[in-house]
Design a protein around this ligand. Sequence first.
Ligand SMILES: [Fe+2]
Length: 315
Amino acid sequence: MTEIRVNGLRGVELAVFNLKETADFYAQAWGLSEVASANGTAYMRAAGNEHHVLSLHEAPRAGLIAINFSAPSRIAVDGLHAKAKAMGCEIVSGPTELGAIAGGGYGFSVKTPEGQTLNISADVVQHGAGNFHDHSRPTKLSHAVLNVADVDKQRNFFIDVLGFRLTDSTARMDFVRCSSYHHSIALARAQGAGLNHMAYEVENFDGLMRGAGRMKKHGFKIGWGVGRHGPGNNLFSYFIEPNGFVTEYTAEVDYIDEAKHIVGTPDYWAKIMNGPDRFGLADPSPELRDAMAGKILDERNKACEEIISKKLASA
Ligand SMILES: [Fe+2]
């Protein structure tokens, strides 16, 4: 019998200021590869099976457009849509066949209580395995962290509507999973809604260091890391990409044994951790903190809007 729940994270969709510059960054510095492009949108794949893990849409204002998840079947897509509707969630679009350029499939879109759009789909075209042999290139989107004003409300939405489970909770974040992977989404306590960061998994520590080295060669400083997180026990290195979004390489993410797992509480994690990473080496830079809070993106959007309004006034 099909389980009526989300069972994986596919990717993120971002609005970006300059499509070519951003697509070049993700291909050359970050290690993704363009799989398709049309009408101001580029679809970037990782080395794993997923058709694409990142969609870039050129727009005057940069920001998070959507997060894409998988469901196990079309029946599950219909079931999740019916459940979301019955529970009073805002449906953006009902179940439909999806465009071939983005890998096709069947899906619907729903908004979280704080207005972030989630696309949930089944039957999207997958790539064959073993396309790349470079450990520094991401294999998949590991997780996305959302800034949210009301963590309880958002967490309950992911759990009650989409079938996620709570893995860990700290003073700053709740981590929720949709498979045995430690977390696909984390919800960060913040002033308002936004994308805190996205994380791409590389195969191992060597890949993470090589990826960080490639970024350094392209002129990007590590904003936080290399370190190891508490919840998830994953290695990390964080960067600010050209639009102002925060992007992370991660490796060695924990898998959860459903029979044995005990949810880590904020008190538990406060005792376990002695600083912001397990190694005790890495603090996020002030710039990275600002980028995670959405401040850099806000400043660039504001600057962009001022340029546009000046151009319109002088036209
Ligand atoms: Fe992360």
